[in-house]
Structure formats: structure tokens, C-alpha cells
Design a protein around this ligand. Structure first.
Ligand SMILES: [Zn+2]
Length: 76
């Protein structure tokens, strides 16, 4: 009896031995590897954002709000 193994990504039946070993079809395996690389990249980016801190963003937000308020006063 032949065991049916489906692609972990698109759930289509894998036909080749190599694909069954990988758990992905050849196209899906490339996409899977790319996704893993993107995840690592984003993980590193998040670390940089956390290093810069939230204070920087908060300062920009309050500036933007006060500038809008000033414009509103000038118009009215
Ligand atoms: Zn697939």
C-alpha cells in the first residue's frame, strides 16, 4: 500500500520521493525557505526597533498632533 503524503504548504499530493522527504513540492519548498529567511530578517528588525525604544515614536506622535492643532487654530 502506497502512503499518500501531501505538501505541507498547498496540501497537494507529493509525487516524487524527494518531495516526500522534504514535505513540500519543489516550488513550495523554495517558498518555505524564503519564508524562513524572511522570518529571521523580521526577527532581527524587531530587535533593532526595541533597541531604539518607544519613546522616539511617542515624541513624533505628540509633535504631529500639536502641529495639526496649530494649523486648526490658524484656519479658524
Ligand atoms: Zn505545495
Amino acid at each position: 500500500m502506497e502512503q499518500v503524503i501531501n505538501c505541507l504548504r498547498c496540501n497537494r499530493r507529493l509525487k516524487t520521493v524527494k518531495s516526500r522527504e522534504l514535505g513540500f513540492g519543489p516550488v513550495c519548498y523554495k517558498k518555505h525557505l524564503q519564508e524562513q529567511a524572511d522570518k529571521e530578517f523580521k526577527k532581527n528588525q524587531t530587535t533593532i526597533d526595541e533597541y531604539l525604544g518607544d519613546e522616539h515614536n511617542a515624541t513624533n506622535d505628540s509633535k504631529a498632533i500639536s502641529q495639526n492643532e496649530q494649523k486648526a487654530f490658524q484656519v479658524s
